[in-house]
Design a protein around this ligand. Structure first.
Ligand code: GLU
Length: 441
């Protein structure tokens, strides 16, 4: 069989290829000279499979796509509070290089506009780190997301430095409000170097996949960034990632994203994949014209909008039956799928509605493929309450989807791994709060 996804990517690339609208970025002379016909798209799944079509290995400068990653670095190095004190998280609805700061505080509205991005750049590394060391730190950080050593395009960097009047103006304003606390020139230099890091669409897809994969690079398996930071970064990408077109993007395409003026565009779909496209001609917002068209197609063809509502939680209870007679009467609740809060609530209701009178209750999680923390705690609380009500509660968990099933204060829970044991759990492991960590047979 021919693989499906490369064929799909070839097809969508061919569909958008004829479009020649938009212009390459003109305010950075080197970018204006880029080949406008370049076109590529890459999907990188969270388990490390990479599919590409077109110009997937052509290098270009990362530009603003560095912003979410630099934000992640500032959050990791300094912690949330010090960063939030200096950079907000509100969409500005303004162009990326608007010279505007919050009226009362002088704080940039978000880390995706240049004012916020220069501030987050200044917050990378420990306080007092020299600008040159800080840039190195940023480049190494971007490299860890890409899974290879990235380098700076010195020509683009010099070209942007020469025409950096607007960014310098913004940085001086930030300095006057005390948001920047050092020489603004050094911050602008460092920020522009950060923007001049060379990447390919393949690199960008892997960087996005690392965000989609809870901060773990799917190829190197390295935990590059903490999960809490990933959530913050994806949220800001979702609300502010596409310059002043962020609202249109969020409603129509619905993939946390970030674009750059060299024509790159990334999207990170939590738990699924990282996407990157490359096409240098930009629309009036500064977003790649054909990149946006590609994302529109990806989103609608494959139902990738993050607000697409998944099937309701009711399917988590596959069956609810009673087996056996007399003292052997056993209630078996067969659960299935991925269980989160709403699914766990459904299970609680099922238990309440069934007004259980059987001496034994089996919670069968053989067909559950994932259970998040809140659902796990709710399920164990169900087990605890049922055991306090006098039922023998058995957890049938062949794949150990619930590793340490602590039933909590006073509760007791018998864990079995084979279906036959569920009805005869005499010899199985039992977990009790008072003996937490010990197996009683
Ligand atoms: N280095 C560019 C700037 O600050 C990045 C802009 C962008 O990609 O949106 O102007």
């Amino acid at each position: 069989m021919q693989p499906l996804i490369p064929d799909y990517l070839d097809e969508v690339l061919a569909a958008v290829a004829p479009s020649s609208s938009g212009e390459t970025a003109s305010y950075i002379p080197e970018l204006a000279a880029a080949d406008p016909e370049r076109l590529g798209a890459v999907f990188a799944t969270v388990d490390g499979e990479v599919y590409g079509a077109g110009d997937v290995d052509v290098e270009f400068t990362i530009q603003s796509i560095s912003k979410p990653f630099a934000y992640a670095l500032a959050l990791s190095d300094r912690g949330f509070a010090p960063v939030l004190e200096k950079v907000g998280v509100e969409p500005s609805g303004e162009a990326f290089n608007e010279i505007s700061l919050e009226r009362d505080t002088g704080r940039p509205r978000n880390p995706m506009i240049n004012a916020g991005a220069m501030t987050t750049h200044s917050l990378a590394g420990a306080e007092g780190m020299k600008p040159a060391e800080r840039v190195e730190r940023v480049i190494r950080w971007l490299s860890a997301f890409a899974g290879r050593d990235l380098e700076v395009d010195e020509t683009v960097c010099a070209s942007e430095m020469e025409s950096a009047h607007r960014n310098l103006a913004i940085a001086h304003m930030l300095r006057s409000y005390g948001i920047l606390t050092e020489d603004p020139r050094g911050v602008v230099d460092g920020y522009i170097r950060q923007c001049s890091v060379l990447v390919s669409a393949r690199d960008l897809a892997m960087m996005a996949a690392t965000l989609a994969n809870r901060g773990i690079n799917p190829l190197s398996d390295e935990q590059v960034v903490d999960q809490a930071v990933v959530r913050q970064v994806l949220s800001v990408m979702a609300t502010c990632g596409m310059y002043d077109a962020a609202g249109d993007w969020a409603t129509q395409i619905g993939i946390p994203a970030k674009s750059g003026v060299a024509g790159g565009l990334i999207g990170a779909l939590p738990g699924q994949l990282g996407i990157a496209t490359f096409s240098p001609r930009l629309d009036s917002h500064g977003n790649s014209v054909r990149g946006v068209s590609l994302f529109e197609r990806f989103s609608s063809d494959m139902g990738l909008h993050v607000m697409e509502v998944p099937p309701a939680g009711r399917e988590v209870v596959r069956s609810n039956r009673v087996r056996g007679e007399g003292p052997d009467r056993t209630r078996i609740l067969r659960l299935q799928g991925g269980i989160r809060f709403a699914g766990a609530e459904r299970i609680v209701r099922e238990v309440l509605d069934s007004a259980l009178s059987e001496p034994r209750v089996v919670l069968d999680v053989s067909l559950v493929h994932s259970i998040d923390d809140v659902a796990r705690r709710m399920l164990l609380e169900v087990a605890r309450r049922l055991s306090l009500d006098g039922h023998q509660v058995v957890l049938l968990d062949p794949e150990t989807i619930i590793p340490e099933p602590d039933p909590g204060d006073g509760g007791s829970l018998t864990v079995v791994h084979e279906p036959e044991e569920a009805l005869n759990p005499g010899v199985a492991d039992r977990w009790e709060r008072s003996d937490w960590g010990q197996r009683l047979s």
